[in-house]
Design a protein around this ligand. Structure first.
Ligand code: C5P
Length: 225
């Protein structure tokens, strides 16, 4: 018998990269495939949750049976997350660009033959995880962030959890040698107020299943409390 531990729950999942336009034909992006976020959305769905899946332009297709809200930029992703509230839990698995191009052009930038190079100016993007973690009345009971790090993974992720104000951080080492970014496996450490718990190297599907089970458990407790 399938367990439907999350039926009646609404979970927002962000996933994929964002694209930040330079002009109508060019953009700045990152190497996120969307694989982990997609697997998490599918696992939450399988436990019976209603899932709002807010995704940037990912390589992997979104799961069936979730509400897909496709966005391009970080700013649009933040607005889509806000529109999807309220939610019982939010899992911010997107690799959101830190900056957008403040002087993005309405028309294609041309080589003008003068040898002058275009200059891009950057402006900070909204930090969706920090923003949702610090919401008042509308804050989901459980907010989960990710920390893709290449150095001092645990220390950085622990600091990140406090700085952002989220409940859990799923930390992983995305050094190129691990093959995790764009790969099929993940080795994560779940960081909460209570401490750090390292999981073995697992498929992204298995990481998603375990995380979905943990989310169901945490929401059960939030309900009791
Ligand atoms: O700050 P950093 O990007 O390392 O934090 C990673 C976590 O924060 C991820 O959960 C990511 O989805 C989230 N994030 C966000 N909005 C941003 C930057 C990161 O939601 N602008």
């Amino acid at each position: 018998l399938p367990s439907r531990r999350l039926s009646g729950r609404h979970v927002i999942v962000t996933s994929g990269p964002t694209h930040e336009p330079i002009d109508p034909v060019r953009y700045i992006a990152n190497r996120s495939s969307g694989a982990q976020g997609t697997a998490i959305a599918a696992a939450l769905r399988d436990l019976g949750a209603r899932v709002s899946f807010v995704t940037g332009p990912a390589e992997v297709p979104p799961p069936e049976g979730v509400e897909v809200i496709a966005v391009e930029t970080a700013r649009a992703m933040r607005d889509a997350v806000e529109a999807a509230l309220p939610a019982d839990a939010a899992v911010m698995a997107a690799a959101v660009a830190d900056w957008h191009v403040a002087n993005a052009r309405a028309g294609k930038i041309k080589k003008d033959g003068s040898g002058r190079l275009p200059e891009l100016q950057f402006a900070e993007n909204p930090d969706i995880l920090a923003w949702i973690s610090q919401l008042g009345r509308d804050r989901p009971s459980l907010v989960v962030g990710f920390a893709a790090e290449t150095d001092d993974v645990l220390e950085n992720a622990t600091r990140k959890r406090k700085r952002k104000g989220c409940d859990w951080i799923v930390a992983n080492d995305v050094s190129p040698a691990t093959g995790i970014m764009g790969g099929t496996e993940n080795a994560v450490t779940l960081i909460s107020e209570a401490g750090a718990e390292s999981w073995p190297r697992l498929s992204k599907q298995e990481v998603a299943l375990r995380l979905a089970e943990r989310i169901a458990g945490a929401l059960d407790h939030a309900q009791d409390g």
